[in-house]
Design a protein around this ligand. Structure first.
Ligand SMILES: NC(=O)c1ccc[n+]([C@@H]2O[C@H](COP(=O)([O-])OP(=O)(O)OC[C@H]3O[C@@H](n4cnc5c(N)ncnc54)[C@H](OP(=O)(O)O)[C@@H]3O)[C@@H](O)[C@H]2O)c1
Length: 260
């Protein structure tokens, strides 16, 4: 099954990633309409893919598309969405962060079929996991093509996954902090990189391939009793690692939920 037409209001980083994923072979969309902003990104995609057309304005995107993706920044979302006329029953996927479903529906002002989603840049290579809310079979299928989808039954579930998506920079931060320690101890940076990136990649692959196993099972599997891995995990826990991580997640969740 493919999508007939999908349009993007806001042609920025995440729209480009989605378009690349949707139009990779075999393409999942027959026609893609892009709003003219940003002209460089829209022009680049139109010259690369026959299925992409740059519309003259945002309303034309909405008028021509079966599915409309809202991909503008939260600060301008009200102004942009409020100016548009949607059809009753039209499918709308909102990527706009930290904006309540009901608020979006009020701005849209029509009886649309609205699903919120948090695609990650990896959708460009069809390897991104996307949280969606509320559960929706066809939107889950779309994001399934771009990697995989996790369907959230409540706004709370959706916000919790949004909070954990804020760990991406910390993932690389752990690698950077480890690299700095290796350098301080005399290892060349290039060797640190050559070692750490494949190490983390193998661990992530092991977790994906063992979807039945809890992370605690995997952690135990790599921690010989009295061994080096067990020692580092214990130090991490007892020296505040868990506390720091949970506190950071609590704080980002509060921000997502609009409490801070
Ligand atoms: N990047 C991610 O990984 C990611 C993931 C999940 C969700 N999101 C959410 O998705 C939304 C877009 O994020 P992004 O990273 O793609 O942002 P971005 O790169 O800044 O893209 C936003 C685009 O909107 C365009 N724009 C500005 N005013 C417009 C208007 N009046 N009409 C139509 N388009 C207009 C901008 O054009 P100009 O450049 O010309 O200003 C820009 O190309 C945000 O709400 C963000 O929170 C992003």
């Amino acid at each position: 099954m493919t999508i007939t037409s999908i349009g993007f209001v806001g042609t920025g980083a995440i729209s480009e990633a989605m378009v690349r994923g949707l139009l990779a072979e075999p393409a999942f969309a027959s026609q893609v309409y892009l709003s003219p902003r940003n002209p460089d990104t829209a022009g680049r995609l139109a010259s690369e893919f026959h299925a992409v057309a740059v519309a003259s304005d945002n309303q034309t995107v909405v008028d021509r598309s079966d599915i409309v993706v809202l991909a503008i920044r939260p600060q301008i979302a009200r102004e942009v969405v409020g100016d548009l006329v949607f059809r009753d029953g039209q499918s709308v996927i909102s990527l706009v962060a930290a904006t309540e479903r009901q608020t979006l529906l009020d701005w849209i002002g029509a009886d649309v079929h609205l699903v919120q989603a948090i695609p990650l840049p990896f959708v460009a290579g069809r390897q991104g996991v996307t949280a969606i809310y509320p559960p929706d079979t066809s939107v889950a299928a779309l994001f399934g093509v771009l990697g995989s989808a996790v369907q959230c039954a409540s706004r709370k579930e959706y916000d919790l996954l949004a909070a954990t998506s804020a760990l991406m920079s910390t993932y690389f931060g752990v690698m950077e902090i480890t690299t700095a320690w290796l350098e301080e101890n005399g290892l060349e940076k290039s060797k640190a990189k050559a070692y750490l990136a494949p190490l983390f990649e193998s661990l992530a692959r092991r977790a994906s391939e063992n979807s039945e196993a809890d992370f605690s099972d995997l952690s135990r599997a790599f921690a010989t009793k009295g061994g080096l891995n067990e020692q580092v995990l214990t130090d991490f826990e007892t020296m505040g690692g868990r506390f720091a991580l949970h506190t950071a997640l609590d704080r980002v969740l509060a921000r997502i939920e609009g409490q801070s």
